[in-house]
Design a protein around this ligand. Sequence first.
Ligand code: 5GP
Ligand code: ZN
Length: 141
Amino acid sequence: MPEDCIFCQIVDGEIPSRSVYEDDQVMAFLDANPLAPGHTLVIPKEHHETLGDLPEDAGSRVFETLHRLAPEIEAAVDADASNVAFNNGEAAGQEVPHVHGHVIPRFEGDGGAPIHAIAGGRPELSDEELDEIADAIAGRT
Ligand code: 5GP
Ligand code: ZN
């Protein structure tokens, strides 16, 4: 584990957190600078920077936990919905280089935006380009 990783220090109890769930592989705790009441982070306990670095088993456990916790978090703060998302890499806005999924409770009329708002402008892509992109991805899956 990198000595200076904030989330590894939270896992080790060196930095306090408002933990809401913990098991052998995963931890969930309230975001220290919440975007909404109940804003929660779900992390693998082992240090990995991005989803691509995360072993499949740990990834499955993180997603299982997000799947189970998202509706419970919504219920706990009486939210209408939630955004569940990863800033996956620095260019995508990831500030803490230890994989974490955000659960951000959403409320009717909260003035927030959908996930479509996070990227820059929409690219102009021809049908040929879309076919090539789909093939390039499918070729790697
Ligand atoms: P990122 O931009 O990397 O996806 O989000 C990192 C998140 O971690 C931010 O929402 C930030 O508020 C949260 N965060 C940063 N430092 C701490 C901390 O020491 N404790 C907790 N609970 N959350 C933190
Ligand atoms: Zn870490």
